[in-house]
Design a protein around this ligand. Sequence first.
Ligand code: AKG
Length: 177
Amino acid sequence: MPLDRYFQYSDNAEEERPLYLFDAKFADKVPEMGSDYEVPVYFQEDLFKVLGEERPDYRWVIIGPAGSGSSFHVDPNSTSAWNAVIKGAKKWVMFPPEVPPPGVHPSSDGAEVTSPVSIMEWFMNFYGACRTWEKRPIECVCRAGEIVFVPNGWWHLVINLEESIAITQNYVSSAIT
Ligand SMILES: O=C(O)CCC(=O)C(=O)O
């Protein structure tokens, strides 16, 4: 789908789970986009670089209308991540590794996650309960020019409060094991 067609769609998207665009090849397709930003100083150590061409996808441009987002998950391969908003606003909810979010049921090996059908349903049915927990989630709204750090192993959910564009990059650091 060409980008202008996607924006025609997303400008009018009203469904509960709008199509959310993740492009891992943005820097191959448009090299200027890949060289147009620098990895923030805090995130520059990246042990995954030893894999060279063999490293799994690690950076994405993410675009979606208000209401789109990512349901609860933990990033794979022991990676941490940073997520920089270029346009829009993203609400984040995060739980530490030892606190699976309410309503989210990881399999014993962690490979599969069963969760409510939509992000909206999670907010309606589970969000209220965990706000009074002793280990309540960390929450924030990240706006254009701001960056969120997602530590290795942390559960995270994102909902776009406005049409949003972000760059995210996953990396492996010796700082968190
Ligand atoms: O929707 C987002 O911006 C968050 C993306 C995310 O959590 C991820 O790439 O692991």
